[in-house]
Design a protein around this ligand. Structure first.
Ligand code: TXA
Ligand code: MG
Length: 314
């Protein structure tokens, strides 16, 4: 039986105790719900892969309460310090050299000499990380290849009885996974996400390469078919067929079945994206037709997720 815990002191104490016992607890972050396990425990991390039905041991993001705790897990150079200070807490993950003294389970890093770390902004995530007092590995709390969860009931729909508990902290504000910035070697965006590339480029002072090579994925978000609903998806739809469910964007889509943002606000669209994909999937009698989304700011991350949702299924 998966427990649903309130985001209060008692609920978070229970969640922290479950994590300390090697159990899995889903919790809200500002991006999506994470499926948390003790990043130092091989058993806990193996349970994450098992619960998600992940086909391969991709490396996971390690969550920490603050920059100081992050420094005990990874090696920060001056550039990493600058970016972390600018964007943490927040929806940015940094890939940095692993500090061996962190004693993470090698399953977390897939035995790489680097580690992906993030300091989330959500107050419930922050309090849970403090209460637990150790690094928490957390991929999105959904079965592998399915739409990421932005509400506790999404988590339960996919993982009931596969995990010990979920902390219910309501809807996630950002609604897209974090941006992953690789800082081992040349700075590189490994996955677009909740922090727009433009904001990172402004902080770094130069344009960024983006390392999205779906043939050789270093991030599971880079597997081509991912975030997949059951219904077929048609992108950049400027008009729709009678049998299609129309997932619209902007004022031109006033007649859409659902509109990601009637005013054309990309932040609102990101926050609604995964929830509306689920709802469209439940209501569609045929394909889901999706309006064009501008390729700027958070629109790039939204389009990245939509292209994966529309990709041929393996
Ligand atoms: O918003 C998020 O980032 C969510 C919430 C729960 O925090 N988490 C999330 O984690 O999306 P996950 O495990 O699904 O994504 C981890 C990504 C993977 O794509 C993985 O390949 C990449 O981070 N990654 C992890 N370690 C890496 C490393 N050492 N080098 C390159 N990529 C790495
Ligand atoms: Mg995921």
């Amino acid at each position: 039986m998966t427990e649903t815990l309130a985001p209060d002191d008692a609920g978070l104490a229970r969640a922290a105790a479950l994590l300390a016992g090697g159990q899995l607890v889903a919790f809200p972050t500002e991006t999506v719900y994470g499926l948390g396990g003790d990043a130092r425990s091989d058993i806990a991390v193996a349970r994450i892969f098992e619960a998600k039905g992940r086909p391969r041991f991709n490396p996971l993001i390690v969550h920490l309460p603050d920059l100081e705790a992050a420094r005990s897990v990874a090696v920060f150079d001056a550039l990493a310090e600058r970016v972390a200070s600018a964007f943490w807490p927040g929806p940015l993950t940094l890939v940095l050299p692993l500090r061996p003294s962190a004693r993470l389970s090698p399953l977390v890093t897939a035995d790489l000499p680097s580690v992906a770390i993030r300091v989330p902004e959500h107050p419930v995530a922050h309090r849970l990380l403090r209460a637990f007092g150790g690094p928490v590995a957390a991929p999105s709390a959904n079965p592998s290849g399915k739409v990421s969860p932005t509400r506790a009931d999404h988590v339960l729909a996919g993982l009931t009885d596969r995990i010990a508990a979920v902390v219910d902290g309501g809807a996630c504000a950002v609604g897209l996974e974090s941006t992953i910035l690789g800082l081992v070697g040349e700075p590189q965006i490994l996955r677009p996400g909740g922090i727009p590339a433009e904001a990172l480029e402004a902080c770094l002072g130069h344009p960024l390469a983006s390392g999205g090579d779906s043939a050789k994925p270093s991030a599971p978000g880079q597997l081509l078919s991912h975030y997949a609903p059951a219904a077929p998806i048609r992108l950049n739809a400027t008009r729709t067929e009678p049998d299609e469910f129309w997932l619209g964007f902007g004022p031109k889509a006033a007649k859409a079945d659902l509109n990601l943002s009637e005013t054309g606000d990309l932040v609102e669209a990101a926050a609604n994206l995964f929830h509306y994909l689920r709802e469209a999937d439940a209501r569609a009698k045929g394909p889901i037709a999706i309006s064009p989304i501008p390729e700027k700011g958070l629109g790039r991350a939204i389009n990245d997720r939509l292209r994966r949702a529309a990709a041929p299924r393996s």
